[in-house]
Design a protein around this ligand. Structure first.
Ligand SMILES: [Zn+2]
Length: 103
């Protein structure tokens, strides 16, 4: 994956991937509020959109969590905390993370 810094004058609030090029644009002003885990989760989520070639937020979340589960302590809780911190209050996305963890 390639990365590119963008500023608040772009329409990228935190991070976004171009599905054709795989370039992840990261908002320089908003990035440092996140912990190392949160940054990792966000980048894996964007990578998931690209690798799976999907717009689905749930598929990208599952891609990300399956790459931190069992490696990062408390990965489920921290992943869900990341979604809340990013401002995602979509219950379906949270539910799918729990369901995936309980498989
Ligand atoms: Zn996404």
């Amino acid at each position: 994956m390639k990365y590119r810094w963008v500023d608040n004058n772009s329409d990228v609030r935190i991070a976004a991937v171009d599905l054709e090029t795989g370039v992840i644009e990261i908002n320089r002003q908003n990035w440092n509020q996140f912990s190392p885990f949160e940054k990792k989760y966000i980048l894996l989520h964007e990578e998931g959109h690209y690798k799976l070639q999907t717009d689905s937020e749930i598929q990208a979340d599952l891609y990300a969590i399956n790459r931190v589960a069992g490696i990062e302590p408390k990965s489920l809780k921290k992943s869900i905390d990341t979604l809340y911190k990013v401002g995602i209050l979509d219950e379906t996305r949270i539910y799918e993370l729990y369901k995936n963890a309980l498989k």
